[in-house]
Write a protein that binds this ligand. Sequence first.
Ligand SMILES: [Fe+2]
Ligand SMILES: [Fe+2]
Length: 176
Amino acid sequence: MASQRFVDQLNVQIGNEFAAHQQYVACAIYYDALTMPQMAGFFYRQALEERDHAMMMVRYLLDADADVAIPGVASPSNEFTDIIAPVQLALEQEKRVTSQINELTALARAENDFASDQFMQWFIKEQVEEVSTMSDLLTVVTRAKHDIEAIEEYVAREHSGADNDPSAPAVAGADA
Ligand SMILES: [Fe+2]
Ligand SMILES: [Fe+2]
């Protein structure tokens, strides 16, 4: 049995992951409108990853026979001052999510909920990667802010497709 306090907090996190999805769609649209297809594609893929995170949490709760309630999300930022701002915002978002994931893990441990603790481990690893990716991208976008083609080439070279992680938790509906 998953601890009820953990279940409640994981339901909150489902909302945070969907909010991250909405925010990355907004970032993708901003770059798409600027005809920066590589940056747009990167954020469209990031958005899908966030949706998958939410749906992994849904799958876990379903498997644990726990309640799931999909929450509403606040409107994301849709207006950006320059091409650096969406990446800056994305890095802040990933750092915030890292704290949320750490708190969820600490809660599972405090409740002696070992299955939930184990479930969270993949997300801890994922957040290290996401913060690192956004931090690197922020460095590149800041350095090359007057050279859009250099940014596009970097993303094409370093972040061309979705990565396939066989250790990732199951996504609800993925085999539907
Ligand atoms: Fe996420
Ligand atoms: Fe993320």
